[in-house]
Design a protein around this ligand. Structure first.
Ligand code: NAP
Ligand code: HSE
Length: 433
């Protein structure tokens, strides 16, 4: 940016917005040393003006309508930290784009939904649109893939991309804590989305995967191309069986290039305890990338929380003030509107299946027959007899050899309809990373 004083509007003063506001207020000299400019917050917006926020807001203008912030003469650059794919956040970004003002956002839901029109506009009008904070805040993963790995053909991306889920799975495994208690803890720490079902049902991971996959493979993010499974169905039984089998459980976003196109999956996966991603615990995120020249790369850092996310926002702010910005996907020519995606049903892999069955003669034979009929080869089967039982059911856990995902899905449907199977089966991918 040409000006020596950059006037900033921040919309959203929650976990991330409040931290970012304070950072800019408290790091004036530091930011000037990095950019050569004075960076001042001139306007803010949030839903409730009366809320006490521990912030010094006396010298800034409060905007009741966040979208109007972008139209103000005393706002040169907009930081959107309200969230939501549409509504106030979308209106603000639309206004900033129409005024040609640089935008920084952490809003992966909005990017995942509206990338095509936003990217076309910023590319045509040469507007800075920066979103490093939208994926794995403490890891500069967007810049890493788009700029650091720009010379590589990326073949696969595996990410632990949701801090809340990784925190829940870690606490369940290490401290035997119940799911609901850990989720509440993650919410109290500011990790969870406004609607925590976005975290635990895998939607937030899918938003982030769609962005990383778009940058890695050069296409427009498309949420409806991703097969999404969250962590809601994971129980302490799964955690214990995974442990016995030598695995940890991680919610992964996976994008892989194959001969037929790119397959994108969000699912809880079992990884060998020795895998590098297995040692990523708590709120930490990690992204494991394979490329043709750089080989394998693993980046690890905090994935959620006000400070880690602010770190990414400030990096974008410094970049824009220095005059550095490129096309959001790092493309020079027109981005492909459509890539052919391989149907996930053709994916080959190993699987974990947990069943709750009637404890009676012939049950294992019935289950085995279903798997045989779907061409699925068993690798192991565990049935733990419990001496103190409150009913006549027993959990059975199966792992398969390499098999077709479509066949596994069909087998699960067939197993669900057996009278001896008491609950819908739970399935997880087993990855050998
Ligand atoms: P948050 O704590 O819920 O804060 C949201 C802020 O936006 C609040 O200040 C709220 O006002 C304001 N707001 C919401 N709707 C508004 C509207 N219609 N008009 C005006 N103000 C509105 O959310 P957050 O955790 O900071 O997340 C903000 C964004 O960052 C989201 O896109 C999220 O996905 C993303 N993000 C969050 C994290 C994280 O760890 N939390 C990490 C990376 C990215 P009030 O304060 O008055 O309610
Ligand atoms: N709710 C998100 C998470 C915030 O837990 O990862 C960071 O994007």
């Amino acid at each position: 940016m040409q000006k020596n004083i950059i006037k900033i509007g921040i919309a959203g003063l929650g976990t991330v917005g409040a931290e970012t506001f304070q950072y800019i207020q408290n790091h004036q000299a530091f930011l000037k040393s990095r950019t050569g400019k004075d960076l001042i917050v001139t306007a803010v917006s949030a839903r409730d003006k009366q809320k006490y926020r521990h912030l010094h807001l006396n010298d800034v203008t409060w905007c009741d309508n966040p979208a109007e912030m972008a139209l103000r003469d005393d706002v040169d650059l907009v930081i959107e930290l309200m969230g939501g794919a549409d509504g106030a956040a979308f209106d603000l970004i639309q206004n900033a784009l129409s005024c040609g003002k640089p935008i920084i956002t952490a809003n992966k839901a909005l990017i995942s939904k509206h990338a095509q029109r936003i990217f076309e506009k910023v590319n045509a009008d040469k507007i800075a649109f920066a979103f490093e904070a939208s994926v794995a805040g403490g890891i500069p993963i967007i810049k890493t893939i788009r700029e650091g790995f720009a010379g590589n053909k990326i073949t696969s991306v595996y990410g632990i991309l949701n801090g809340t889920c990784n925190y829940i799975l870690t606490e369940m495994a290490q401290k035997n804590m119940p799911f609901a208690t850990v989720l509440k803890d993650a919410q109290d720490k500011g990790y969870a989305e406004a609607d925590p079902s976005f975290d635990i049902d895998g939607i937030d991971t899918a938003h982030k995967l769609s962005i990383l996959s778009a940058i890695a493979f050069g296409h427009i993010p498309k949420l409806d191309e991703i097969e999404i499974q969250g962590i809601r169905a994971i129980t302490d039984l799964d955690i214990n069986y995974a442990d016995q089998l030598g695995y940890s459980i991680k919610l992964l976003g996976i994008a892989e290039e194959t001969t037929n196109g790119i397959s994108q999956i969000v699912a809880p996966c079992m990884l060998p305890k020795t895998a590098s991603l297995s040692s990523v615990h708590g709120v930490f995120n990690a992204v494991f990338i394979k490329g043709d020249y750089m080989g394998d790369s693993l980046s690890v850092g905090r994935g959620a929380g006000g400070k880690a996310t602010t770190s990414a926002i400030i990096a974008d702010l410094i970049d824009i003030c220095r005059g550095h910005f490129i096309h959001p996907l790092g493309q020079i020519t027109q981005v492909e509107a459509k890539t052919i995606f391989k149907p996930i049903h053709q994916r080959q892999g190993q699987y974990y299946i947990r069943l709750l069955v009637k404890d009676e003669i012939g049950v294992i034979a019935e289950i085995s027959a279903v798997l045989r009929d779907h061409k699925i080869s068993l690798k192991s089967i565990i049935q733990h007899y419990q001496t103190e039982k409150s009913d006549d059911t027993v959990p059975v856990v199966i792992t398969t050899h390499e098999t077709n995902y479509g066949d596994v899905r069909a087998a699960l449907t067939a197993l669900s309809s057996l009278p001896v199977v008491m609950k819908p089966p739970h399935m997880m991918h087993i990855l050998d990373l």
